[in-house]
Write a protein that binds this ligand. Structure first.
Ligand SMILES: [Mg+2]
Length: 353
């Protein structure tokens, strides 16, 4: 296989803020191509600053692989050898995920099958994803919410936890006034709340139709409190920042009802698949999510949509300069491409080298 790469800066449609802060308003990615027997597999590396990852580090790692003998002689089906090698390399999850993605894309293209079919999955029904409203002034959050409703989004995920409990209460009550009762809210506090914050907010969340809560607690909240919160909340609690690997799933299983899988957290589709099954074995539900990503990475994650309970795959809908097309959207609903590989094509030349 021959590797080529292209840097890409993804810019969101609207300014995007969450409780943990950081600049989410330009995201520095690497798109890559693996060529094999006249076919091209594509992958996207999504370095996340919060996890200490950077495009420079990702590019340097990919450059170091380019002339490697293994890559020159391997086929896209050599997954065990690929991961036996990659598991010896510390970190580099964005690059590993992108390479794994490109290998799955190639496998599908060689076999003439969509990637979801290689796993025996069913995609006859459309899927439904949440659409995220980032932290902003109340007026701006209202404006974005009305815009989202106008675009046909039927699950709204609200970023909270950025300021005070009173402000989160105000966001929930004021947005509910402009959102029909049949459109559920999901809430993502991104580790923004203490246990007391959570207890104060729970009645308001119940009154305003919050159907799911993601990563409520600051890191210092202990396991007993987290278990207590799970028993207090009638809606599912989902671990995101506190759950990256299959081992993390086992560690948090008593504290949450579900886990959020992201390719950059786990290292790729090949790593996501066993995490799904670990979660099932622990009696947990599965959410699929992502960071700020193009349609390439989102459509890759969406290949597993048939086995998920909750989908938060709006990253490409939030972007202002998506250079790719993949899954097909109608409001919050999407269908997966029924074509070989991931079913993603680029809509602009990116200058792969
Ligand atoms: Mg989250």
């Amino acid at each position: 296989m021959r590797l080529s790469v292209a840097p890409f800066d993804l810019v969101p449609e609207f300014a995007f803020n969450i409780a943990t802060g950081g600049d989410l308003n330009t995201s520095h990615h690497v798109l890559l191509c693996l060529e094999y027997e006249g076919l091209t597999g594509m992958g996207e590396a999504v370095p996340v600053t919060m996890y200490g990852q950077s495009r420079a580090e990702t590019m340097a790692f990919l450059e170091s692989l380019r002339g490697h003998d293994w890559l020159k002689t391997a086929t896209p089906f050599d997954m065990q050898a690929f991961w036996s090698w990659m598991d010896t390399v510390p970190g580099q999850l964005p690059a590993k995920s992108a390479l794994d993605m490109a290998m799955w894309d190639l496998q599908g293209k060689v076999l003439g099958q969509p990637v979801w079919r290689l796993w025996g999955l069913e995609t006859s029904q459309p899927f439904e994803s949440a659409y995220t409203i980032g932290i902003d002034s109340l007026d701006e959050m209202q404006r974005k919410t009305e815009l989202a409703l106008g675009r046909g989004y039927t699950i709204l995920k609200l970023k909270l936890g950025g300021d005070t409990v009173a402000r989160d209460q105000a966001i929930l009550t004021s947005l509910r006034q402009c959102v029909p009762a049949d459109v559920p809210f999901w809430v993502d506090a991104n580790t923004g709340w203490t246990f007391d914050d959570f207890v104060q907010l729970l009645p308001v969340m119940m009154d305003t139709g919050v159907a799911l809560i993601e990563e409520p607690f600051v890191a210092g909240v202990g396991a007993n409190r987290r278990c207590e919160a799970k028993h207090l909340a009638p809606m599912p609690l989902v671990a995101d920042e506190s759950c990256h690997t299959a081992a993390d799933v086992v560690a948090v299983r008593e504290q949450v009802d579900g886990i959020n899988i992201k390719l950059t957290k786990c290292g790729g589709l090949s790593k996501a698949w066993p995490i799904v099954h670990t979660a099932r074995a622990c009696g947990l539900q599965v959410m699929l999510g992502g960071f700020v990503e193009t349609s390439l990475a989102v459509t890759a994650m969406a290949q597993l949509a048939p086995v998920a309970d909750f989908l938060d795959l709006d990253a490409a809908l939030l972007s202002g300069n998506d250079p790719a097309e993949g899954m097909r959207w109608a409001g919050s609903r999407f269908t997966l491409p029924d074509v070989p590989g991931l079913g993603v094509c680029l809509t602009e030349p990116l200058g792969f080298q």
